[in-house]
Design a protein around this ligand. Structure first.
Ligand code: PLP
Length: 939
């Protein structure tokens, strides 16, 4: 494990020197995960061993230190059995050294282990050192000797078998011998004796990439102590102690497959081939028999890693760039020809380096494949991505999720189809609907007025709309439900519940989950449960089971007449799920790198052709190869490091949250919003109001994530700045950016959004903390220097930002003319959009005149999208009636960037004449004359 990057509570203590001096023993509640606990315990051992080595024989201090060292070693003995380095053998050595009273040596060796851990260089030592001799490594770690090993990729193989010490040593020796010094990959064994220990190791140890289950392991671990218990709640929930040992091997394979599906798993058994169950064959990559040679197992391990390591497109591009080429196509920068020969833009070439230009080409030859019709490297790269992200099909997109969304919409919906869509979704969806000619039914999120933000769409709102459409006989027209998960602010849906209850009403609903901000979520267990692909797979398998069919029948028989079912009919239900992810937002990819993941049981039959047409419609015929290569390489990264890096980014976010909220100077001006601030009580059945408190630690997050309607993604940190009398936009620009070069992208009236991601380092978090502290001090000083009147002004500003909340308007409704069917949800946004192209049909009305005009009972209907930044989604769409609340909201907006609105002209609206004329088009024309409904009752 890369301990260097692990964010321990200790590491943040560097911000306040005093805390280091008074460093307390780590207690459970201070630790988000085992990585933190582990590194803190090592730190404690280091400090105490050092004090011990300087203490006088027989002194009280010595006795105290001895007790502390003993305690730390005991804890590490418990923790290190789940890691190959430093591992149990190192702890044994330290214990021995301690027992013999060699305190200076103890301190020295402890320091060395920590150094290797935090510098990550133990990975290279693995290549040098035979098993069990880590402790002698330091002498051998000369830079010269390390050369050549630095390029090797290190991982650990988990062996699950209860072996005697002698047998274990012998096996390690054999594997050491088999490993080829020339291999690109190098591994160490981690041997654990039981089923429970194997699951614990899976949770704790990110270096494990392969697992070998030998025969039937025992179930119970002998090492479950109060120290690790809080971190293994999920493991302890599994009780298979009654199972026969022979059944435990296959069951372990199944659990590992669920928990860390990307690992390679091998099974060594005696069970005859005829008795092996299908599920066993499915869960293991390969099955070996006891007598088979270890060499085969070793080769399988290496081969499994190699397959995951392969990056077909990136490698093809590298190969291509190395070949000499004559360029006779249309791309002067290709091979750098127009750059490096130039007298004027050589600096451009120098900045990016030669490789970029060597890899730039418009040629699809030389193994480079074509994105529009992939048959080679790109096809394989996309197939590997599908496997990694748990999809049936994955498509790379080079123009961001903005384009991915339009592709999916065009592929699924036809003109006249109805799409249920969250109103505050990204604008690409609204444009997609205009292009596709579908009728949007806008769904309102719950408002969070205090922070001028919207939440997410409650399930009851979705169901209400669906039932309205059902009553109106329009359910067959409804094609798609489109939701943003997670939202920009980090609100995460209960994807499974939404899909189940919607499918119970509309069994063939297509779901488009906009996971622009959630590509990372598939790589950690908690998060994964709330992703489109995972749930699609889960529900597909669930509904096919006989047990479900039976349960459904009983449920339906008992359901009171007229009540809406919440279980889908297994005979009718179809699983059709699409998710779009901006890989570039949360994982490694160049800007605009995005993916469409598909889990659609009707894809082949119903959508393939339409999807390919839509893909062609929106994809450039000159896709950027560097973006594609980065998607391929980023896929490799998450294969091996996704679990580790995502957990780390969550950990850092958690620490940052706690540090800001617990710091007296910071919380004078700032506050990190917690679960209860962003999610109303009614959507939290667990009643959990925050994920951390000092008594219970961090573990409650799991419970909330498994039950609540909405949860918060902790990596999205909403920081309130209103108490400081500063609005979000000013704080972003004049404080964070101008003074500290800290970039954030989203703000609201009184908040800024901070995010951690897999690239966030400990030092960047420390830098942010430092910046916030400096700003807080600066604010203190500024306030002190003000006279009383000035102080009043600042207080008033702060009051306005924290106590006066401009109301957040809901989506009003489409004007009668633009309703797809009068009185029924759904609007013809496309028609309104194109009607606005005609100058004579539109006019402008200054914002300040709008309220008065509304009082005069005139219908104001927007001719355009009006999109203020923030919040970044349309407050008006073409055809929408402009309500008093929307005008009030716009008047209160203090942002300067509002797309679709020019202050000097006013709002672009349809003329009265246009609307009157349109509503009297004869019946055989495009529109019927319809009886007017009272406003606001259209939906
Ligand atoms: C929810 C959502 N979907 C889609 C997009 C567009 O993604 P991209 O920037 O990859 O085009 C964004 C961009 O911020 C977004 O927030």
């Amino acid at each position: 494990m890369n301990i260097l990057n692990l964010f321990s509570s200790h590491s943040l203590d560097v911000l306040t020197k005093k805390k280091i001096m008074n460093k307390k023993k780590p207690t459970l509640s201070q630790h988000i995960n085992i990585g933190q606990l582990r590194i803190d315990t090592w730190d404690l051992l280091k400090a105490q061993a050092s004090l011990l080595s300087n203490s006088e024989t027989g002194s009280v201090k010595r006795k105290k230190c001895q007790a502390s060292v003993e305690d730390a070693l005991k804890k590490l003995n418990n923790l290190e059995r789940y890691f190959a380095f430093p591992g149990l053998s190192s702890i044994r050595l330290l214990k021995e050294t301690f027992k013999q009273g060699e305190y200076v040596a103890l301190s020295h060796k402890t320091n060395e282990f920590i150094k290797l851990l935090v510098s990550d260089s133990y990975r290279q030592f693995a290549a040098l050192e035979p098993e069990n001799t880590w402790m002698k490594t330091t002498k051998k770690s000369s830079p010269k000797k390390m050369e050549g090993f630095a390029k090797k990729n290190y991982f650990e193989v988990l062996f699950v078998e209860d072996l005697s010490d002698v047998a274990e040593l012998e096996m390690r020796r054999k594997f050491q011998e088999i490993q080829d010094k020339e291999d690109q990959f190098i591994y160490k064994l981690l041997v654990v004796p039981s089923f429970q220990d194997a699951l614990i190791a899976m949770l704790f140890n990110h270096n494990i990439q392969s697992v070998v289950v030998r025969y039937g392991p025992t179930f119970n671990s002998q090492h479950i102590t109060p120290l690790i218990q809080p971190f293994i709640e999920n493991v302890l929930k599994i009780d298979l102690s009654e199972q026969m040992e022979s059944a435990l091997g296959p069951l372990l394979g199944k659990f590992i497959r669920q928990f860390r599906p990307l690992l390679n798993i091998y099974y060594i058994t005696d069970t005859s081939l005829t008795h092996l169950k299908d599920s066993t064959l499915n869960n293991f990559d390969r099955i070996f028999y006891r007598k088979e040679d270890l060499q085969e197992l070793h080769l399988s391990i290496i081969n499994g890693i190699q397959e995951r390591y392969n990056t077909p497109f990136f490698s093809a591009l590298v190969d291509y760039s190395k070949k000499p080429m004559g360029v006779f196509h249309a791309m002067p920068v290709s091979r750098g020809n127009s750059i490096f020969k130039s007298n004027w833009i050589k600096d451009f070439g120098k900045f990016y380096g030669r490789n970029l230009f060597l890899a730039e080409t418009s040629s699809t030859t030389g193994g480079l494949d074509s994105l529009l019709q992939p048959t080679g490297a790109l096809k394989t790269a996309q197939e590997l991505a599908a496997k990694t992200y748990g999809a049936e099909h994955t498509f790379f997109v080079t123009n961001g999720t903005s384009t991915a969304n339009k592709i999916v919409q065009q592929a699924i919906v036809e003109p006249g189809d109805v799409v249920l869509i969250d109103r505050d979704c990204h604008k690409s969806h609204h444009y997609g609907l205009v292009l596709a000619g579908a009728f949007p039914v806008y769904l309102d999120s719950y408002p969070i007025e205090e922070y001028s933000m919207y939440g997410a769409v409650p399930l009851k709102v979705i169901k209400e709309k669906l039932l309205l459409l059902k009553e109106a006989g329009k359910l067959d027209k409804v094609k798609m439900l489109l939701l943003t998960n997670c939202t920009f602010d980090g609100l995460v849906y209960n994807v499974e519940r939404v899909m189940e209850e919607v499918l119970a009403i509309k069994p063939d609903m297509v779901f488009l989950w906009d996971e622009a901000w959630f590509a990372f979520a598939g790589f950690t267990y908690n998060y994964k449960q709330r992703t489109g692909m995972f749930v699609a797979n889960k529900l597909y398998n669930k509904y096919r089971k006989e047990a479900y069919k039976k349960k459904y029948q009983q449920y339906i028989n008992a359901l009171p007449a007229g009540e809406t079912p919440s279980m889908p009919d297994p005979e009718k239900v179809k699983i059709r799920v699409y998710s779009t992810q901006s890989t570039h937002k949360t994982l490694s990819s160049f800007r605009q790198g995005s993916m469409i993941h598909i889990w659609d049981e009707d894809f082949q039959r119903k959508t393939t052709d339409a999807f390919h047409e839509a893909y062609m419609t929106h994809t450039s015929t000159s896709p950027n190869y560097q973006i594609l290569a980065s998607l391929d390489a980023g896929r490799r990264q998450v294969q091996f490091e996704g679990f580790e890096l995502v957990e780390k980014s969550i950990e850092m976010a958690m620490v940052l949250r706690a540090k800001i909220n617990d710091h007296p100077l910071l919380n004078k001006y700032f506050e990190v919003l917690t679960v209860k601030d962003l999610i109303p009580d009614e959507y939290r059945t667990t009643g959990i109001v925050e994920y951390y408190n000092p008594k219970e630690g961090w573990t409650r997050m799991e419970e909330a994530w498994s039950k609540d309607e909405f949860v918060i993604d902790p990596t999205k940190i909403t920081l309130t700045v209103g108490k400081a009398g500063i609005d979000g936009d000013t704080f972003k620009n004049e404080y964070l950016m101008d003074q500290f070069n800290i970039q954030v992208n989203k703000t609201s009236r009184n908040t800024v959004l901070l995010m951690t991601n897999i690239g966030t380092t400990r030092s960047s978090v420390a830098y942010l903390m430092n910046a916030l502290l400096r700003i807080a001090r600066q604010l203190d000083e500024e306030f002190r220097s003000l006279n009383n009147t000035e102080k009043e002004i600042v207080k008033k500003r702060a009051d306005s930002l924290t106590k006066e909340f401009p109301p957040l308007p809901n989506f009003s409704y489409f004007h009668q003319y633009f309703q797809s069917t009068p009185g029924i949800p759904g609007g013809n946004i496309r028609e309104a959009y194109f009607m606005s192209y005609h100058e004579s049909k539109c006019e402008y009305l200054p914002l300040t005149n709008c309220l008065k005009t509304l009082e005069e009972k005139r219908d104001l209907v927007s001719a355009t999208f009006v999109i203020p930044y923030p919040p970044g989604f349309p407050v008006l769409v073409p055809g929408q009636v402009i309500s008093k609340e929307i005008i009030q909201f716009m008047l209160a907006l203090d942002v300067t960037e509002i797309h679709g609105y020019r202050p000097e002209l006013g709002l672009k609206i349809f003329t009265e004449n246009t609307l009157n004329k349109q509503s009297t088009i004869p019946e055989n024309g495009a529109k019927k004359k319809v009886a007017l409904k009272p406003r606001g009752e259209e939906e």
